[in-house]
Design a protein around this ligand. Sequence first.
Ligand code: SF4
Ligand code: SF4
Length: 292
Amino acid sequence: MRSRRTDLIVLALLLTALTAALLLAQGRIAARKVLTPLRLTVLAVVTLFIGWWGQGQLSIVTVLGVLRTAAEGGSFAFLAYDPFSLLLWGFAIFGLFLWGRALFCGWLCPFGALQEFAHHLGRRLGLPQVPLPPIWDGRLRYIKYGVLVGLVSLLFLAPAHVDTAAEVEPFKTAITTYFLREWYFTAYAAFWLVAGLVLFKPFCRYLCPLGAAMAAGGLLRQRSWIARRTACGSPCQLCRVKCAYGAIEPSGSVRYDECFGCLDCVSIHDDAARCVPLILAARKKQQLEAAE
Ligand code: SF4
Ligand code: SF4
């Protein structure tokens, strides 16, 4: 119990520091030389401390438990049995108001972090990346909402099968049991990580019911936190092309339901050496100065 108290204090400090930094120093975090090392460090802490050490991988099972309790009128006291996860839920829900799904999915999900590490490993190994054609990428994104609706339907129509169906999340295998389960569970979790070597975070983007629930919760978002210029989308397409989540429309507007808050576009937007309108404006200024 004592060590759990320490874990809770450390977690509260980490979550407060992360949310404060994203809120108050987004531009500095997104600086070109800072972003990737900082982000990978945070994701490593999330995997090791929140995931494997603290057993704080949030799950759709909790959402389903809350729905069942709300429908049946029972007690929500079960949530208090795991204060570590409850604290994470508190921050994830708070984050929905400020960033949509991005705080949790982009920064606090251990399995999401593992997939991101798989992506970096794939690139390090020089494996070819195989992005799906945009039309298929756009279609497959809706599967996760179907999985979420399927699980909620099952909850009311065939509740005995819900726990089995919720294994669509590989979280229990990869995080809770450290991959030490029956081989088919391990193979399933490993499949998504191996696929992530060549395809960017496929489980997150196409199948995850918790991600779908977080995207739906993102309707609570109160602000558009990613700055855009009038040139974003017309004519400039750089951020859209660089967003690995496909969360920027050709028009330049951000699809916050798909945005994981990786800050890559924020980094480009604020960088005079990469943002195309900034480069063109600087060139024009130089030419005018030379002409004078
Ligand atoms: S989409 Fe799912 S696995 Fe990915 S970060 Fe979100 S909750 Fe985690
Ligand atoms: S690059 Fe894409 S996912 Fe990352 S913050 Fe920008 S819109 Fe969101």
